[in-house]
Design a protein around this ligand. Structure first.
Ligand code: BGC
Length: 292
């Protein structure tokens, strides 16, 4: 069985083709056309799928499924994107558009962080866990929850939106229209408010620059507050951190573990690890949606 997974982000769309043993046969990244050019998005996704087929030496007709990860909430039937603020999508009928574009394939949509959680659970840092959290720290903050060994998509199918838990009373504006969300303090937005990209700021802190050290410490203070709340709700075995900011690695994770230990109510803290599949997790997880 051949499956394609596409992971739509605010800057790039990443795609990959996987075979039945989940080997990656082809992968490619293209630019997201932009919130104002959503009309051309289905065509861009089709071109990407065709390109993946060409790379792998297969024709599109023999691809059975196409899974698409989206950075936002889907309706419970996973047909419409209710809102993906970082893509400028509101109530967007993505499934119907893609079914027109790919009439021969089974097409399914999934939240991007859920896709990453599925992929990490099957092949990466969450492998073997019964209760685990995937948190993506990037332009947004996404959350995917493994409960009882399976992906949990909310009691009413609306997802698990850890980035929109309220962290600071009357805090900074969030892209979702609310204030004080985890995303407003733990995504790239926090670093951009200090005038720098996250990894640039982290590098300065690593080199001992005092202002950057304070900024990074404050970031970890917010992130550990958020994790401590999630931990008392779920008591997970493991938390995997992915997304661009997680590339800072142990420089962040070491102090983060200590802060979480200090802040959690429980005696035993979960393991906190970097996700293992990097920026492939989204398209791998989306591809996993295809039936075997
Ligand atoms: C969205 C989530 C998404 C996350 C990461 C958030 O702003 O609400 O659905 O998973 O960004 O892309």
């Amino acid at each position: 069985m051949l499956r394609i997974g596409l992971d739509i982000g605010g800057t790039f769309i990443k795609g990959g083709m996987l075979d039945h043993e989940l080997h990656i046969l082809a992968e490619k990244t293209v630019a997201f056309p932009g919130a104002k050019r959503l009309d051309i998005l289905p065509g861009v996704l089709e071109d990407l799928a065709v390109n993946l087929c060409r790379q792998a030496g297969k024709s599109l007709e023999v691809v059975q499924s196409i899974g698409v990860g989206v950075p936002g909430s889907l309706d419970p039937a996973s047909e419409r994107v209710l809102n993906a603020h970082n893509l400028g999508m509101t109530d967007y009928p993505l499934l119907a558009l893609l079914q027109d574009q790919f009439p021969l394939q089974q097409v399914r949509l999934i939240n991007d962080a859920n896709a990453a959680a599925l992929a990490e659970h099957r092949l990466g840092a969450l492998r073997g866990c019964r209760t685990g959290l995937m948190i993506t720290l990037g332009t947004g903050v996404g959350g995917g929850l493994i409960l009882g060994g399976e992906l949990f998509n909310g009691g009413m199918g609306q997802g698990v939106e850890l980035g929109h838990m309220r962290l600071v009373h009357q805090g900074e504006d969030c892209t979702c229209g609310n204030r004080g969300c985890v995303e407003a303090y733990c995504s790239s937005a926090y670093f951009l408010r200090t005038g720098m990209e996250p990894l640039e700021r982290v590098e300065l802190a690593r080199s001992g620059e005092p202002e950057s050290m304070v900024i990074v410490d404050r970031y970890l203070d917010y992130l550990s507050d958020a994790l401590a709340s999630m931990i008392v709700l779920l008591d997970p075995e493991i938390i995997a951190l992915g997304g661009g900011i997680s590339k800072a690695g142990e420089f962040l994770f070491g102090p983060l573990r200590q802060l979480v230990d200090q802040k959690t109510f429980f005696r035993i803290s979960p393991r906190i690890e970097g996700a293992l599949l990097g920026n492939k997790a989204g398209f791998i997880g989306a591809a996993l949606l295809g039936r075997d």
